[in-house]
Design a protein. Sequence first.
Length: 254
Amino acid sequence: MIDPLRVERETFVAQAEVHAELPSTNDRALRLAASSSELPRLIVALRQTLGRGRGANRWWSTDGGLTFSLIVNAAPIDIERRPLIGLVAGGAVCEAVATAVPGSDVRLKWPNDVFVDGGKACGILVEVPPDAPDRLVIGVGLNVNVSLREAPDDVRRRARALCDVAGRALDLGDLLVRFLQKLDADLQRLDAGFGELLSDWRRRCLLSGRCVKLNDGTRSVTGTCLGFDDDGSLLLQTVAGPRRFRSGVIEEFE
């Protein structure tokens, strides 16, 4: 159960709303961003029917999933560091999951996914509201209590649910509060300088040492991932030498 009053009491969220069902929490957040006077504002859906990921990807969630969007004020964050918000959110998810499911292998996959024990457990979508460019919407979809044990083999190979990893159902409210508390601390670290964040991202980087095919919006590039550069960019060793990427899509990795 997710109690919005608890969320407001124990985290930096100023306004929290919990819905039984929404088409998309990010869509609602984008509509509310310009008119929201108290931030951060949180929108949670216990069931999401038309959730969105990057590009044409979709994130569907039924009862037991944790899907939410957070509207934050981006003005205090240096504009050069705003592209790193997805990594900040992913790192906060990693820490919340690692605390809830000790002993699991929790990894951050650049630029916006979290993997647990080798399978995708979480997707993150950060968007800029068209009517409020000084604000950001951080959307998170996390497989928590939606067991994949009876799913087709290809789904079980690619995805993970935390309840399957833990061997028990987890408290959605506890996970959400842990994430928000960690996100609050890490956004402050990003604003002040992100050396510690960078160490955390490097430690959890799923792609380090792997052969990666990355599309930067103009073409696909293949290389060996060298981890994160000092500015948070992804580093690839290509046939033309090392290359840095601030944005893009991972098409394949081995």
